[in-house]
Design a protein around this ligand. Sequence first.
Ligand SMILES: [Zn+2]
Length: 63
Amino acid sequence: MENCRKCGRPLQPLEIGATRKFINRGAEEFFCLSCLAAEFKVTEALLLEKIEHFRKQGCTLFD
Ligand SMILES: [Zn+2]
């Protein structure tokens, strides 16, 4: 189980995929959606929208 690098929260697979998608495909340290949203100064809802968009496009990070 991976934990958020910033706040230590246990991560969902979706959050690991999101870190790879939004920060770095080869990332080995991961962030939860809250910390990703803070990093990019957007809402978690917006990140989820984008994730859903990528998922529909068939992005394998969000299988
Ligand atoms: Zn976090």
